[in-house]
Design a binder for this molecule. Structure first.
Ligand code: G6P
Length: 491
């Protein structure tokens, strides 16, 4: 049995993810680290600032090299250094096989029910293995035979826990899987399913968003490996080790977004956007924000908006629907096709209904400053998140956190993890265009009182279940999972 004292401070903390927490660019000849948008960094950075340690990631910053010290480390954040970043440089070939290939053309569509066929290419998988090994080498170098906790993020690194465990059996290892997990019938499509499961069982603690994902994972292990499973307690015994499998629904920094939404910059931005979008002349705004991904149901959302204009002509000339959010993974065919599909739907709707300077659908496929997103969320009468399948969907939670006026209606797909918590939203099936269009109409005709009751309830939920609570629960469970006595586990 491993001997562990149960103080977090006794361990070196190592976080591993594909994306780096700070991206470096030269500003006035000095390298400056900026935190990229996205929930993952925002969730774990406060933990790293408090505990110190090392964050290992792939290098994607233009000026990472210029920021590195002689030991290959970068101290972050730039203004108040609290922890180190170590970066792995991948060749184009490695990145194509590992990131674009197996992770995003294989595992991503495998784990999301969006009817996009996964591509399983042996060469890609070879790179996935070798890049996971390269991450393991860097982690092991950082562990340096000291007591360490390694916290691994996401589906890019499914083999990493096993590679670390093989060499360093006493290290405490946890992983959070940020996307859904499929059932055994779907996982079977993956030619390397056993190795993936075996890799993930190198963890002491394995976290998913929802208990349904945990149950799916346990069923997959039960169906494929020679393991003892206890679905009720989420325990898997395999190769003389135990993995605890638990749900941790991820969240956002509610207070931060709430404060930003009340700021003067956001008020100014709201005034500017009101003029630009004609909201000061009585127009109303509907909003969709997404990283442009085929799992987000953007064409389905546009179909519902089109149906709304068909069925309720009173919205013609009055409602502006804005689809915003940057493109993503653009060298993959299914993502290129998505852009074509979105553009053609936007053009079709605008040609059908647009008149007299009114453009029904605006499409802004770029990254925008966070103050602009805050202002848009505050201005939008409704926000529609129509994922075909989504681990959580943080955009829905961000809309709620920005509504400091307790107004606005969230329309949310039943197939997003967030629908389990955000019960004040109008829940839709993105494939059911008629029902989706009716939900938009309902949002636009809902009484003030009902909007406020629903929004207040959702704001309380997100304020309470915030990102700090998520990170704290993971760390607590990780410390407990690594102790031999599992009967003392709390939920
Ligand atoms: C999902 C994944 C994250 C990923 C993000 C952005 O949310 O779970 O791990 O970072 O998408 O995708 P990208 O491929 O740009 O990192």
């Amino acid at each position: 049995q491993r001997l562990v004292s149960r103080e977090l401070s006794d361990y070196r903390l190592i976080v591993v993810s594909n994306r780096q927490p700070y991206v470096f660019k030269m500003v006035d000849g000095v390298p400056r680290g900026e935190m990229p948008p996205g929930g993952l960094t925002a969730a774990i950075d406060p933990l790293m600032r408090a505990c110190g340690g090392t964050w290992i990631a792939q290098s994607n910053g233009e000026d990472d090299l210029a920021a590195m010290d002689d030991s290959g480390r970068i101290r972050v954040p730039t203004d108040a250094p609290a922890y180190s970043m170590r970066l792995l440089n991948l060749s184009d070939e490695e990145n194509t096989g590992f990131y674009y290939g197996f992770a995003n053309e294989g595992l991503w569509p495998l784990c999301h029910i969006a009817y996009t066929e996964p591509v399983f290419d042996a060469e890609h998988y070879g790179f996935y293995q070798s890049v996971n090994r390269r991450f393991a080498d860097l982690v092991l170098d950082e562990i340096n035979d000291e007591p360490a906790i390694v916290l691994i993020q996401d589906y890019h690194l499914a083999l990493l826990p096993r590679y670390i465990r093989e060499v360093s059996p006493d290290t405490i290892i946890g992983q959070f899987w940020h996307i859904p997990w499929p059932n055994p019938d779907i996982l079977r499509i993956c030619p390397w399913q056993d190795e993936i499961l075996d890799g993930m069982l190198g963890n002491d603690l394995l976290g998913f968003h929802l208990s349904g994902d945990c149950q799916n994972f346990i069923s997959c292990v039960d169906a494929n490996l020679d393991a003892q499973v206890d679905p009720e307690y989420g325990l898997i015994d395999y190769r003389d080790e135990t993995t605890l499998v638990r749900p941790f629904p991820i969240s956002i920094d509610f207070d931060n977004l709430d404060t930003e939404a009340r700021s003067e910059e956001v008020e100014d931005e709201m005034a500017r956007l009101s003029r630009e979008l004609g909201l000061n002349r009585g127009r109303i705004l509907g909003l969709g924000i997404d990283r442009q991904d085929y799992t987000k149901g953007i064409p389905h959302r546009l179909r519902a908006v089109e149906r709304l204009f068909e069925k309720w002509p009173q919205y013609r000339g009055r409602l502006v629907f804005l689809q915003a959010g940057a493109t993503s993974r653009t060298s993959i065919n299914s993502y290129m096709q998505l852009t074509i599909d979105i553009e053609s739907a936007v053009n079709r709707i605008n040609e059908r209904f647009g008149h007299d300077g009114w453009q029904p659908v605006l499409y802004w496929p770029t990254s925008l400053p966070s103050t602009t997103f805050s202002a848009l969320r505050r201005l939008a009468s409704f926000c529609a998140e129509s994922s075909l399948h989504d681990g959580m969907n943080l955009v829905a939670k961000e809309y709620v956190a920005s509504r400091v006026d307790d107004d606005g209606v969230l329309i949310l797909s039943a197939f997003a993890g967030a629908a389990q918590e955000l019960t004040g939203s109008l829940i839709i099936n993105p494939y059911a265009t008629e029902q989706f269009a009716e939900a938009i109409h309902q949002a636009l005709t809902m009484s003030d009182a009902e909007r406020r009751i629903r929004m207040r309830q959702m704001r309380n939920t997100v304020r309470e279940n915030n990102i700090y609570k998520w990170a704290g629960r993971i760390m607590m469970n990780l410390m407990q999972a690594s102790t031999p006595d599992h009967s003392r586990l709390t939920t």
